[in-house]
Design a binder for this molecule. Structure first.
Ligand SMILES: Nc1ncnc2c1ncn2[C@@H]1O[C@H](COP(=O)(O)OP(=O)(O)OP(=O)(O)O)[C@@H](O)[C@H]1O
Ligand SMILES: [Mg+2]
Length: 326
């Protein structure tokens, strides 16, 4: 099936002003990112990678242009709407993990489910399953300071994916990790994204990490200078996943499989594995963005039906012509 655009930005420009000085961090960026795509944004320090990620995730407002996620022009949302939108549809993985220090691994992973109104027993059960998926069941009651950097990042990944987000943003997720741990963390992240057909956008200054992506976008001085797709390393012939660092031999992934170390052979429904679909129980969020093509849903595309809170999440092929420029 043809993949649909889940993020689109048009004529995106970000200028920072400090006193009289102007820094053009992003210069007229146009991008379409497809549903399920694993996308790496690479470039040297100061090239605008984090700025672009922050714009795509609605963490900062553009100076000009707009960003759509699904059919929602996030550039027009106010701070409260953006917070709700992010909670409901986006996941984040941070370079410094950003786990809450007073909470255990399980409580950290369960947190996004609390925001979504899940009862405690249910969210703990789901969080435990997610921790098991990232090989950290035995660390569930550990606080962040009682875990290694790689372990903390795997908790961060479990937290980012637990609530079935549409897009996961990761800014230098392996920036604080050594080479072996980096592979472990990358395998975990791309494994989840691929398994659940979730869109993953990774910012990195490490060009080797581009191997894990379907698509590699290079930035220089706020401009896209290269944008290509390729078969990611874990789908290339002969690829053998690197066993998880903490895994015993028995738990290590089968060498026959050609997918990352997480989660593999098991094709059981996602809910049983940890992450959600939630709406059947809470009626609060849609499980999937409908993926009908634009031509099949012309009316919906032209007059997208807002939900109660005003967000529209159908995936778009065509950007609405009346989009707002900020
Ligand atoms: N809040 C800000 N105020 C002023 N200038 C900023 C701000 N944030 C970023 N910049 C400038 O915008 C440009 C792009 O910065 P950005 O953080 O996006 O780079 P980057 O590619 O993520 O770099 P790194 O690899 O070092 O993280 C830089 O010149 C930076 O100095
Ligand atoms: Mg950066």
């Amino acid at each position: 099936m043809e993949k649909k655009s889940i993020i689109r930005c048009e004529n995106l420009r970000k200028i920072y002003r400090i006193g009289d000085e102007k820094v053009v961090a992003l210069n007229n960026i146009n991008l379409d990112i497809l549903q399920g795509q694993i996308c790496c944004i690479v470039g040297t320090s100061g090239s605008g990678k984090s700025t672009l990620l922050n714009q795509l995730a609605g963490l900062e407002k553009p100076t000009k242009g707009c960003v759509y996620i699904g059919k929602t022009n996030i550039s027009t949302l106010n701070e409260n709407q953006l917070a709700t939108f992010r909670q409901r549809y986006l996941g984040f993985v941070f370079q410094s993990y950003n786990l809450l220090p007073t909470m255990t691994a399980m409580e950290n992973v369960a947190l996004p489910l609390e925001f979504k109104g899940y009862p405690k027993s249910k969210r703990n059960k789901i969080a435990m399953k997610m921790l098991e998926n990232v090989g950290l069941k035995k660390r569930a009651r550990h606080k962040p300071t009682e875990m290694s950097g790689g372990q903390q990042q795997r908790v961060g990944i479990a937290r980012a994916f637990v609530s079935n987000p549409k897009v996961i943003f990761a800014d230098e997720p392996t920036g604080n990790l050594d080479t072996k741990t980096t592979i472990d963390v990358m395998q975990t992240m791309v494994g989840f994204a691929r398994k659940y057909n979730e869109t993953l956008i990774i910012v990195t200054h490490d060009p080797e990490l581009a191997d894990y992506a379907d698509r590699v976008i290079t930035l220089i001085d706020g401009n896209i200078t290269n944008d290509y797709t390729h078969v990611p390393i874990f789908e290339r012939e002969g690829y053998v996943p690197v066993p998880r660092l903490s895994e015993t031999k028995k738990e290590a992934p089968s060498e026959k499989t050609n997918s990352p170390s997480l989660p593999q052979e098991n094709s059981a429904p996602r809910q049983e594995e940890g992450a959600l679909p939630l709406e059947e129980e809470t009626g609060k969020i849609p499980a999937e963005i409908p993926v009908e093509s634009f031509s099949e849903t012309q009316d919906a595309a032209e007059n997208p039906k807002p939900q109660e809170d005003g967000f529209c999440f159908e995936i778009q092929e065509e950007i609405p012509s009346d989009h707002v420029e900020i």
